[in-house]
Design a protein around this ligand. Structure first.
Ligand SMILES: Cc1ncc(COP(=O)(O)O)c(C=O)c1O
Length: 389
């Protein structure tokens, strides 16, 4: 097999390639507009202002947000999750989170716990990555204020039963923060229909935008304490940060070049239809899963039932061979790029039984082809054969 290929199977980390317009838009924004959005009143500023507004509207449109000012931009999902957690939680609060959470949730919670601000409990998950709903029912306390849910696992692809989790939390007046890092742009999300309270998203994965973009939807009845304060271009006479949204949660110069790319990524998704993207990724994932399922020497992780709902992630281990070594062989011998290890989600690996070694994660994207999947499968077949002789 040729080792000159560069087959990208790491879309769960960041998507590649991007639509052509996503590459071009930041350059156009920097060359032709480039004013500081929301600052002066001149032409370049106003153009940048309009661009940021259009990006905000596009996000609102994609997630069916009632009012675009409830969408704030951040640098990535991690930033958005920090803004949500540190802006919402107060001393004495109790938080529930699932075992499938990413370190971008676990670590801010860890810090708040260490400082003595909050207390928290983990909802265990099954080997397939589903949260234990019975455990959840018993886990609420009188001071529980927030449930944090990873919409889809970046380790197993498992999609959380969002409606059930939200209904359970809301029955007790508990708010729900959803981490949509793996689902924004690949699964339809309707914030009004689901009734979720906060949604953190990243721009560089399923939304097909550049790195350095992301954001947070915050429902109208929630006021977050700002994580950062500073220049907004409004109410400059005051030494206090403006309280109105979105300025309340956005300080400093916006990443207008990145947002220009994000806008094109979302436009691409809206043009192609998120249902079509979902179907295409589902077909790729199912073909990969089914082709690997009966290969001796390979163990797959995640929902096992046929037609289980997942995002396009397949995690596996190869008997007797370290994951890092498999990743190295895949790239150096076959030109296949993937991710190995814990994927920043240590508790998820404890749940599925792959801690501390982790897994080899293959994540095709909308631009992957079935032939590429077949090539990856034959590469793994060859690796298994060689490792058992
Ligand atoms: C489930 C999940 N949450 C959060 C993140 C963090 O995303 P970002 O690196 O864009 O902050 C990731 C990224 O891998 C993820 O998979």
């Amino acid at each position: 097999m040729s080792n000159k290929l560069n087959l990208y199977f790491d879309n769960a980390a960041t998507s590649w390639p991007k639509p052509e317009a996503v590459y071009r838009a930041p350059e156009i924004q920097m060359r032709e507009a480039s004013g500081n959005p929301g600052r002066s009143g001149h032409t370049r500023t106003l153009e940048s202002d309009r661009l940021v507004y259009r990006a905000r509207e596009a996000v609102a449109n994609l997630f069916n947000v009632e009012d675009p000012s409830r969408v704030i931009f951040a640098y990535n999902a991690t930033d958005a999750l920090n803004i949500a957690l540190k802006g919402f939680l107060e001393k004495g609060d109790h938080v529930l989170f699932t075992a499938m959470e990413h370190n971008s949730v676990l670590r801010p919670l860890g810090r708040l716990r260490q400082e003595g601000t909050i207390d928290s409990d983990m909802i265990p998950c099954s080997e397939e990555g589903y949260p234990d709903l019975d455990f959840l029912e018993e886990a609420y306390r009188s001071n529980t204020r927030l449930l944090v849910v990873n919409h889809a696992s970046n380790v197993t692809g498992t999609i959380a039963p969002l409606e059930k989790l939200i209904a359970s939390a809301h029955k007790r007046g508990v708010k729900v923060l959803v981490d949509a890092a793996q689902t924004a742009g690949v699964i339809p999300i309707d914030v009004q229909k689901t009734g979720l309270d906060m949604l953190a998203f990243t721009g560089h994965k399923g939304l097909l935008g550049p790195t350095g973009t992301g954001g947070l939807y915050v429902r109208r009845d929630i006021d977050l304490k700002p994580l950062r304060e500073g220049g907004t271009g409004s109410q400059s006479e005051s030494d206090l940060h403006p309280t109105s949204m979105p300025e309340r949660l956005e300080a400093g110069t916006m990443n207008s070049a990145g947002l220009a790319g994000l806008l094109e990524g979302i436009n691409y998704i809206l043009d192609h239809g998120i249902e079509n993207i979902r179907q295409a990724e589902d077909n790729l994932r199912n073909h990969l899963w089914n082709s690997l399922l009966n290969l001796n020497g390979i163990t797959l992780y995640g929902p096992k039932a046929a037609h289980s709902e997942t995002v396009a992630v397949v995690s596996l281990t190869v008997d007797g061979t370290d994951c890092g070594e498999i990743g190295y062989i895949l790239e150096s011998n076959y030109g296949i790029l993937c991710r190995t290890g814990l994927h920043c989600a240590p508790l998820a690996h404890q749940a599925i039984g792959t801690f501390p070694e982790g897994t080899v994660r293959l994540s095709p994207g909308y631009f992957s082809g079935m032939k590429e999947i077949d090539y990856v499968v034959s590469a793994l077949q060859e690796i298994v054969k060689l490792s058992t002789v």
